[in-house]
Ligand binder design. Structure first.
Ligand code: HEC
Length: 210
C-alpha cells in the first residue's frame, strides 16, 4: 500500500514541476474552460471588443436615490418637505449621525467650534437667523451637494439619515434660542452638551479662535 502511495506521489511531483505557469493536470476541465467570455477577455461580438459591458445610460444601483438638483436650484430644494416626523427615535438617530459626521467642524452645539477648528476654517453657526429661516429641504440640499469648503455628504449619509440630522439641527437651534418654557425645563433634564464630547476633545475658548 505504502509503495503505491509513494509511486502516485512521485508521479504527481514529476508532472506538476515541469511548467509552473500552466497546470499540467486539470481536474474537470469542463468547469474550468467554458465557452463564456471572461470579464477581461477580447469579445468579437462586443462593439469595442471589450467583454465587459457598460450599464445602460442612466442605470442606478438598487435602493439608490439620485439627487437631481444643482447648487443653484434652491427653489426646488425649498419645495422638498422633510418626509419624517421628529420622533424621539429620529432625533436620537440624527444626533448619532451629527456627532459622527458634522461635529468635527460644526461643534457639539452647532456653534462652529468643531475639533478641527481653527486649523480648518470655522463654519458659520447652525443656529443663525439665516439657517433658522432655511427650509429643511434647503439644509438637505446643502448636506447633499456641499457648499464652499464643506464637501457633499451624499455618499456617507443616505437620505433618511440626512433628514434625521436636520431634525437634530432644529433641536440645536431650539437649544440656542430657548423659549421661556424651555429655560424652565432645561435644568430639570440635567443634559449638557459637554457630556457628549469625547474625553480627548478640547473645547477652544472664544479667544483662541481667530
Ligand atoms: C469639514 C468640515 C465640515 C463638516 C464635516 C461639515 N460641515 Fe457644514 N459647513 C462647513 C463649512 C466650512 C461651511 C461654510 C461653507 C461656506 O459657505 O463656504 C459649512 C456650511 C454648512 C451649512 C450652511 C451654513 C450657512 O450659514 O450657510 C449647513 C446647513 C451645514 N454646513 C450643515 C452641515 C451638516 C448637517 C453636516 C454633517 C452632515 C456638516 N455640515 C458637516 C464645514 C463642514
Amino acid at each position: 500500500m505504502l509503495k503505491y502511495s509513494l509511486l502516485i506521489l512521485m508521479a504527481f511531483i514529476a508532472v506538476s514541476c515541469e511548467h509552473r505557469e500552466t497546470p499540467q493536470l486539470e481536474y474537470m476541465p469542463d468547469m474550468y474552460r467554458q465557452l463564456s467570455v471572461q470579464a477581461q477577455e477580447y469579445d468579437p461580438i462586443s462593439e469595442n471588443g471589450v467583454a465587459m459591458r457598460l450599464p445602460v445610460e442612466g442605470t442606478v444601483p438598487r435602493g439608490y436615490e439620485p439627487y437631481r438638483y444643482g447648487f443653484a436650484d434652491t427653489t426646488q430644494a425649498d419645495a422638498m418637505p422633510n418626509p419624517f416626523q421628529p420622533t424621539k427615535e429620529m432625533l436620537e438617530a440624527g444626533k448619532k449621525y451629527y456627532m459622527t459626521y458634522c461635529v468635527v467642524c460644526h461643534g457639539a452645539t452647532g456653534d462652529g467650534y468643531g475639533y478641527i477648528v481653527p486649523k480648518f476654517t470655522q463654519p458659520p453657526p447652525l443656529y443663525s437667523e439665516k439657517l433658522m429661516n432655511w427650509t429643511d429641504g434647503r439644509i438637505f440640499h446643502t448636506i447633499t451637494i456641499g457648499q464652499g469648503l464643506m464637501p457633499s455628504y451624499a455618499t456617507q449619509l443616505p437620505p433618511k439619515q440626512r433628514w434625521a440630522i436636520i431634525h437634530y439641527v432644529r433641536a440645536l437651534q431650539r437649544a440656542a434660542h430657548p423659549t421661556a418654557e424651555d429655560l424652565e425645563l432645561a435644568p430639570k433634564s440635567g443634559f449638557t452638551f459637554e457630556d457628549d464630547l469625547p474625553d480627548t476633545a478640547v473645547v477652544p475658548s472664544e479667544g483662541s479662535v481667530k
